[in-house]
Design a protein around this ligand. Sequence first.
Ligand SMILES: C=CC1=C(C)c2cc3[nH]c(cc4nc(cc5[nH]c(cc1n2)c(C)c5CCC(=O)O)C(CCC(=O)O)=C4C)c(C)c3C=C
Ligand SMILES: [Fe+2]
Ligand SMILES: [Fe+2]
Length: 347
Amino acid sequence: MKKGVLLVNLGSPDSPNPKDVKKYLGEFLMDPRVIDVPKWARTLLVKGIILNTRPKQSAKAYQKIWWENGSPLIVISEELQQKVQEQVEYPVALAMRYGSMTIKKGLQELVDKGVEDVYLIPLYPQFAMATTETILVLAEEIRQQHFPNLKIESLPAFYNKPEYIKTLSESIKSHLQGKNYDHLLFSYHGVPERHIRKSDITNGHCKPSDIIDCACCKTESKAHEFCYKHQCKEVTRLVAEYLNLEEGTYSTSFQSRLGFDPWLQPYTDRTIERLGQSGIENMAIVTPAFVSDCLETLEEIAMEGEEIFHEVGGKDFTTVPCLNTDQNWVNNLVKWIEEWAKTPATI
Ligand SMILES: C=CC1=C(C)c2cc3[nH]c(cc4nc(cc5[nH]c(cc1n2)c(C)c5CCC(=O)O)C(CCC(=O)O)=C4C)c(C)c3C=C
Ligand SMILES: [Fe+2]
Ligand SMILES: [Fe+2]
């Protein structure tokens, strides 16, 4: 069976204009795994409220970070795809969960090259219902409808793979070399607490609102295979161990909340504020839920985050870039693809 690889990231609007941003947000937020309320309530919330105000506001933010050749997330993902393609013998395609570069087009591109066996790689280190799960569900629906003879396997969340932790840690180390910082904040994209409960396959292990010591995240459980909170906490713990960070000099927070439901805490904006107020003069921040720089890292963290820190008297604010097209990251992907390709086919 001829093999091929499909890398899948989140997606971006076609342009930073309010009209394109509205179209993109409409598709994104109407996904029942992103806003997981009954369809009538989601329609009312998204089409009746959010899409009347948010596109203008988001378009302004996108305009601040947009590059000459497009959305940073798309441009970086395309470069990543090219670099991986240079190192593997199978066709490698790229698709986005939302927007114009659809998963259907990505699978079609591979099928047109004769591919019958696809390795689907969601470009997210941690599992979440709003990211990995929605990609896998949609890819399976498309397979059944349009490519029934195609075989699709996927790479599970790689948050704790030693080679990924090494790549992330070395990248942080090299970007912070010679930089002045007293605290390193690991900021992950947030999700509503409800998402954590829904993904809990044990129906009760995960306690998403426990922010003090996160006992559930530290207690062995099969729930961890699908627990976003546990997986984020593990990335922080493993990187801190690799870099020998001293207890108290680093912490974890969650960014980008939307709406009024409780999301995973502590929130990044309030954490930055608290760090500045508590006398931290210089801080660094890393965003390991994203493998490519995007609106949430370039605008929300590197611009807004820095502003908050300065407002409360902080001095140096350093944002560590995402892995983007780091050669070690490319090598990780190549290694995982080669391991998959060597595995004997199962029927
Ligand atoms: C209910 C809303 C949202 C959930 C849940 C959510 C989860 C989630 N998102 C990412 C990664 C990205 N999100 C990005 C942008 C973005 N996210 C939401 C909402 C939810 N995300 C919105 C409305 C937006 C658009 C921008 C805005 O209006 O604020 C991006 C950036 C895309 C880009 O074009 O650069 C990424 C990447 C993860 C990893 C995640 C759950 C773990
Ligand atoms: Fe998001
Ligand atoms: Fe959990």
